[in-house]
Write a protein that binds this ligand. Structure first.
Ligand SMILES: Cc1cc2nc3c(=O)[nH]c(=O)nc-3n(C[C@H](O)[C@H](O)[C@H](O)COP(=O)(O)OP(=O)(O)OC[C@H]3O[C@@H](n4cnc5c(N)ncnc54)[C@H](O)[C@@H]3O)c2cc1C
Length: 459
């Protein structure tokens, strides 16, 4: 039913009678609707438009452009920086647009970008098919895919963008384009890794992968300098069917962990093996041999079980930094151990993702994600409790980051914080940046889509 929006101020009258709902500060569900994943981001949009279709999106884009509103685009709301909300502007909220059309015979699917990774993974699992997203089921398809997508299947099937074969995009001038290798190929190239800079991606067509057997789950090992270095080395030499995400952190008070382990430094690892049960056992053996596991819940099962239920009211407040590193040798493992040991943040983490495999076989100029040959991605983060605490944690994170990666600005855009222009350039090195700027200048010359890791058009 079209929303009755006669109460809207005159500058928002263009949003009258949309198919979706317009939520403004006068609505009782405003606070709930404006909330994003991270706590500490308390922006107050003039209107959040829960768009129902492409026409709604085009009308909000036009209203923002013509009335001079700042425009935010939201799918899952997990932006680390709060880019999917705005103070005083308009939010295109895609959560109602989450339709998934699967063609099991062709092994393709059209997915509306407001769907979550879990929603899509669950729908595909009924057909024994997968797309690799990230490590969180509640992340939106729109944000993770436009950024790149590095997750549990990255070594086996590549990044999320490596499975995208077409996209539909509403551009700043209101056109709704279907783009692929033949149609607007530059725009198609840019939306695979260039983030939300080029328009609102409304649907994505994915190539789907068969996954007849899967082994995965959490492996918890004691963290020592030796096990940290051993975990990194074993992840590098593992077959590419195995992708690992190792979180070096104090053990949280999980019900399956004995009380004496709570708070002790552990490697909480997500292990994901896309292949036969016997091959999984062989690939996992070197990890299990690093130390007596504190918990070992890695077992054959459906891939969707990698996404456990999440508490929708969970809104962490955290500061973090991301980087690529070439290796974690004994001295960097010692450094990680020492940094984690000396902080007293309730939660602090060094997260290690070993890359390679299928993602590295794609040419670095095939998509806007250019760092195909980097071996490892490391995120360091700490939770904070108050604004004063935030400064303490930020200083620790900054020192930790500089100690591990003193010189290199290169980054994966999906994990960038508010790190400044040099690091956005670092996400898009050399010719990638030049091409992105040219495409931005062609499709969004006034930088309407600027709430993102921004690639400004030519001035
Ligand atoms: C808990 C957590 C875990 C994560 N794990 C991983 C991981 O394992 N792997 C990984 O690669 N990343 C991961 N990320 C990073 C995540 O992919 C990015 O933060 C991503 O932008 C979130 O997407 P979203 O749709 O949920 O976010 P939103 O906040 O809704 O959107 C973020 C930005 O993406 C752009 N955007 C979103 N939707 C669209 C669209 N439809 N069209 C155009 N632009 C759009 C906009 O610029 C928007 O500001 C994680 C983030 C969190 C918070």
């Amino acid at each position: 039913m079209p929303s009755s929006t006669t109460r809207l101020p005159s500058s928002l009258q263009p949003l009258n009678n949309l198919a979706g709902r317009v939520v403004t500060p006068d609505d009782s569900n405003y606070d709930q609707t404006r909330a994003v994943f991270y706590g500490g981001i308390e922006k107050r949009p003039s209107a959040i438009v829960r768009v129902a279709n492409v026409d709604d999106i085009r009308r909000v884009v036009a209203a923002a452009r013509d009335e001079g509103y700042e425009l935010a685009v939201r799918s899952g709301g997990h932006s680390i920086v709060g880019h999917s909300t705005t103070d005083g502007g308009l939010v295109i909220d895609l959560r109602e647009m989450s339709k998934i059309d699967i063609d099991p015979t062709a092994r393709t699917a059209w997915v509306e970008t407001g769907a979550s990774a879990l929603h899509v993974t669950r729908a595909l699992s009924e057909h024994g098919l997968v797309i690799g997203f990230g490590d969180s089921g509640s992340v939106g398809v729109g944000g993770i895919t436009t950024g790149g997508g590095i997750g549990f299947l990255v070594r086996k099937f590549g990044m999320t963008i490596d499975s995208v074969i077409a996209a539909e995009v509403v551009t700043a001038d209101g056109r709704h384009l279907r783009v692929d290798d033949e149609h607007d190929p530059d725009l198609f190239w840019a939306v695979r890794g260039g983030g939300g800079n080029f328009g609102v991606v409304t649907r994505l067509k994915f190539r789907l992968h068969e996954l007849p057997r899967f082994t995965g789950g959490i492996l918890i090992l004691p963290a020592t300098p030796e096990t940290i270095a051993g975990f990194a080395a074993a992840s590098v030499s593992a077959p590419e069917e195995l992708s690992t995400i190792g979180n070096m952190m104090p053990a949280p008070p999980l019900p399956f962990l004995p009380a004496e382990v709570h708070g002790r430094l552990v490697i909480m690892a997500f292990m994901a093996f896309a292949g036969s049960d016997a091959a999984a056992e062989r690939a996992l053996a070197p990890f299990r041999a690093l130390a007596m596991p504190i918990a070992d819940m890695v077992k054959p099962g459906p891939y969707v079980s990698m996404y456990p239920p999440e508490d929708p009211s969970y809104r962490p407040t955290a500061v973090g930094r991301t980087m690529f590193v070439d290796s974690i040798d004994a001295s960097s493992a010692q450094l990680i151990y020492d940094y984690l040991s000396t902080s007293d943040a309730t939660m602090r983490v060094a997260q290690l993702r070993v890359l390679g495999g299928a993602m590295a076989r794609i040419s670095s100029d095939a998509t806007a994600y250019a760092h195909r040959s980097r071996t490892m991605l490391v995120n360091v983060a700490a939770f904070y409790q108050s604004e004063a605490d935030r400064e303490v944690r930020k200083t620790w994170v900054e020192r930790f980051f500089r100690a591990l990666q003193p010189t290199d600005d290169s980054a994966y855009v999906g994990f960038l914080n508010d790190d400044g222009q040099a690091r956005i350039r670092g996400a898009y090195p050399g010719a990638t940046w030049d091409r992105l700027v040219a495409i931005k200048s062609a499709y969004d010359p006034t930088n309407l889509f600027r709430l993102n890791q921004n690639i400004p058009p030519r001035g």
